[in-house]
Design a protein around this ligand. Structure first.
Ligand code: NAP
Ligand code: 8YV
Length: 322
């Protein structure tokens, strides 16, 4: 460790490219990510940046008196106590835009898998059932003629909408503020949207307002032909209500990439035939994760070189470094 290099702390695991890029110009200190930081006092006094995939709570923020910047690996930064960071003048950055295409592609793939049961059809072939039992059963649902409501039409939601256009489905969305000049129907409430569509795709952030809003009422409004897809956060879903609705036919099918308490997936989903499950892989390709890693590194590099990170989150101030 050299004295004139800035120290950047990495709590827990992160993409190796972040370590490689930052290691070229900073002293990078990797530590376990527990609830309370356990970092040598001499190191703690030197830390000026944190790069993290996951969470940084107030205890971690308070443990480093010279902390200036926290760079999160991921566009969703719900694991970081941004309010606390903001109160101390610490800048938080995330990785927007570089993953829009990948996550939107995954949303469409998950929707098709859910409607047409392709993962099950492949298992049918691999298990020798095509030979033994004949053709795979017809899928109960199809993309054709669907009315799709997108809950959250931000960077990723808009890419999902654009990808849906060639499928000739009807597209609507719900956000708190309508977006200008878009050819999609705006619904002022989630409930109104759920009553008007048969396919709901959730791509909202984890916030106090989005907690368990996909509940029994919303699922029942989608109806027995209805399909729910979640690529946002598991936080937004009432799992008990969704498992019950899928089990008793109130809702037709669901496709989930994200869960309330990852990596734990409620057992109720695993035994249901009408749910397609992915282990939070929407952005998980080599090119996209490389781009996210580069943006984490570049945010830290730009902050210390120019006092201005590339992609600060709106809640934290960007004051030039003193
Ligand atoms: P974004 O550009 O900030 O878009 C968020 C959208 O949600 C906006 O349209 C916003 O519109 C809407 N929204 C926020 N709060 C809302 C509320 N209470 N009610 C209704 N609409 C609300 O974010 P993004 O880059 O698209 O990412 C969205 C989220 O996707 C991330 O925060 C992350 O949690 C998740 N994500 C998941 C994966 C994955 O691997 N599955 C990958 C990337 C991202 P208004 O502000 O007008 O309401
Ligand atoms: C990643 C995500 O899986 O960007 C996000 O918000 O949920 C995903 O892209 C995650 O952030 C990796 O830690």
């Amino acid at each position: 460790m050299s004295d004139n290099r800035i120290t950047v702390l990495v709590p827990g695991k992160i993409h190796p490219r972040v370590l490689e890029r930052l290691g070229k110009q900073f002293d990078v200190v990797s530590v376990d990510r527990n609830d309370e930081p356990q970092v040598d006092a001499n190191v703690a006094a030197r830390v000026r940046g944190i790069a993290v995939a996951g969470g940084v709570n107030a205890a971690w923020i308070d443990a480093f008196p010279h902390l200036e910047v926290i760079a999160n690996f991921g566009v969703g930064y719900d694991g970081i106590d941004v309010k606390h960071a903001a109160s101390k003048g610490i800048v938080v950055t995330n990785t927007p835009d570089v993953l829009n295409d990948e996550v939107a592609d995954t949303a469409i793939a998950l929707l098709l898998n859910t409607l047409r049961q392709f993962p099950k059809a492949e298992s049918w072939l691999r298990d020798g059932r095509w030979v033994k039992d004949g053709a795979f059963p017809l899928s109960p649902f199809s993309m054709k003629g669907r009315r799709v409501g997108i809950y959250g039409l931000g960077r990723i939601g808009l890419e999902i909408a654009r990808r849906l256009e060639p499928f000739k489905v009807k597209i609507g969305y719900h956000t708190r503020s309508p977006r200008d000049s878009l050819p999609y129907d705006y619904y002022p409430t989630l409930k109104e949207m759920a009553q008007s569509v048969d396919t709901l795709i959730s791509i909202v952030p984890k916030t106090p307002e989005t907690h368990k809003v996909i509940n029994a009422e919303i699922l029942s409004a989608l109806g027995p032909q209805g399909v729910f897809i979640n690529v946002g956060r598991g936080w937004s879903v009432d799992d008990d209500a969704l498992i019950a609705a899928l089990g008793n036919g109130t809702l037709g099918a669901a496709g989930l990439d994200v869960f309330y308490d990852e990596p734990n997936v409620p057992a109720g989903y695993l035994s249901l035939p009408n749910v397609s499950l992915l282990p939070h892989v929407a952005s998980a390709s080599v090119p996209t994760r490389d781009a996210m890693a580069d943006l984490v590194a570049d945010n830290i590099i730009e902050w210390f070189a120019k006092g201005k990170p590339l992609t600060p989150v709106p809640e934290t101030p960007v004051k030039p470094r003193g």
